[in-house]
Design a protein around this ligand. Structure first.
Ligand code: CA2
Length: 149
């Protein structure tokens, strides 16, 4: 069974508790549960992590990246700072879709640069929690296409 990773970075554990006008009202638990249900119904496994600690995310990618068919990554603020996470993803040749709930390009200038975007298969911003679902759909379809050829 194909396994996909779902990686969420710092402060995303606070979803649904504050700033719903920016990040929506769903909690991370709601989002993860919905994605896992979809994954199950599509015959794939979703292995998820949320951490506020950069090294924990690096360890997770090192440990699970090579065995995964792809990943959905919302690195939160580490998006704009973490060369360590970028290096771990590259070291494991992990294909991924970068997701942001908010449109980072319509926000402060320091959010406009991502250390992940240029190595991502694709980037989804500003679609709220739907972004994760679109990313999972794309990964499932794309991996299936590859398996057939
Ligand atoms: O839009 C996104 O998904 C972000 O990755 C969210 C990060 C932010 O640093 C990125 O620039 C864009 C922040 C997540 C913080 O989440 C909160 C949720 C509720 C209340 C406060 C913060």
């Amino acid at each position: 069974m194909r396994t996909f990773l779902l990686v969420n970075g710092p402060n995303l554990n606070l979803l649904g508790q504050r700033e719903p006008e920016i990040y929506g009202s769903a909690t991370l638990a709601d989002i993860v549960a919905g994605l896992k249900e979809t994954a199950l119904s599509r015959g794939v496994t979703l292995l998820d992590i949320q951490s506020n600690h950069e090294g924990v995310l690096v360890d997770f990618v090192q440990q699970h990246g090579a065995g995964a068919s792809g990943a959905i990554i919302n690195a939160g603020a580490f998006t704009h700072t973490s060369i360590a996470l970028r290096d771990a993803i590259l070291a494991r040749s992990l294909r991924f879709v970068e997701v942001h709930l908010s449109n980072i390009h319509a926000r402060e200038a320091f959010r406009h640069h991502s250390w992940l975007s240029d190595i991502a298969c694709g980037v989804i911003v500003g679609l709220g929690a739907d972004g994760y679902r679109h990313a999972l759909d794309w990964l499932i379809q794309h991996t299936a296409e590859e398996t057939r050829s």
